[in-house]
Design a protein around this ligand. Structure first.
Ligand code: NAP
Length: 240
């Protein structure tokens, strides 16, 4: 059995580790990160060339099942996976870590896009901690606030005029996030609802400090695609 994992997340890497040795596993990475953490098993890097390209790859490499374990905000590849799996007649599962939910004390402002998140900053403060990744920062480029941008690799494209970049990769600690908010005198945090434990400490640190959080909601999983919340659940789906 040959399983294709569309990866780029911690869960995808964990799943590859779980499956490796029991079935043939190929993990696919987009190639955005300069030095990615590599999963167990075979790895291929780079785009497939849309739905048709992915369907062709599935057929050519005799893939029996596809698990879309990409980031909840990687919308295009998930859409392509749904189309390609249907075209190539292979089963598809989307592995999506659960989203975050606000708890008592949180001051969340939920928005539907990065552009909306940028607009939502009005009146929330002058110093912004932006953790939405290095892509899409153009949405904030015209903002007057000072930004601390944290990303794995340097940002691409336009960034706000007053930007300090902090290159770092999770998991992050609560203590570290508390210090970061305090040292940079952060007024407001902007995040995608990525879910998962690795980057959640910033939410708790913000809650403790009374810092409001602008949260970008996730795009939906393509219609009709079955989902699993954990790598273990995804492995059980393959066995079942
Ligand atoms: P995207 O907008 O959904 O995808 C854009 C294009 O990149 C796709 O059409 C596809 O090219 C290629 N691609 C994406 N993921 C791929 C994969 N795993 N293997 C091979 N090709 C892939 O994706 P994105 O938001 O740019 O994210 C790129 C990757 O980074 C994803 O794999 C994702 O898991 C990871 N990631 C994303 C975020 C985020 O916030 N978006 C955060 C952390 C990690 P073709 O059409 O040519 O096949």
């Amino acid at each position: 059995m040959h399983v294709l994992i569309l990866g780029g997340t911690t869960e995808a890497r964990v799943l590859a580790g779980l499956l490796h040795g029991t079935v043939r596993v190929t993990s696919s990475l987009a190639g955005r990160v300069a030095a990615p953490r590599l999963p167990a098993g075979e790895v291929r890097v780079g785009g497939f060339g849309g739905v048709e390209g992915l369907a062709g790859w599935i057929r050519q490499h005799h893939v029996d099942a596809v698990i879309d374990a990409t980031h909840p905000f990687a919308e295009r590849i998930s859409f392509n996976a749904a189309g390609a799996a249907a075209t190539a007649h292979v089963p598809l599962l989307a592995l999506r870590r659960p989203g975050w939910v606000p708890v008592k004390g949180d001051r969340w402002h939920e928005t539907g896009s990065l552009a909306e998140a940028a607009d939502r900053l009005d009146g929330l403060g002058k110093r912004v901690f932006l953790t939405t990744g290095r892509m899409g920062l153009a949405a904030f480029a015209d903002r007057p606030e000072w930004f601390l941008v944290r990303s794995v690799d340097p940002p691409e494209g336009p960034v706000p005029a007053r930007t300090e970049v902090l290159l770092d990769r999770g998991p992050f600690t609560l203590e570290g996030e508390r210090t970061l908010l305090a040292e940079h005198r952060i007024d407001v945090l902007v995040t995608k609802d990525s879910g998962g434990a690795a980057t959640a400490p910033k939410l708790r640190a913000a809650r403790e400090a009374g810092v409001p959080v602008v949260v970008v909601r996730r795009p939906p999983v393509p219609q009709g695609v079955r989902t699993a919340a954990t790598p273990e659940e995804a492995a059980a789906w393959l066995r079942g």
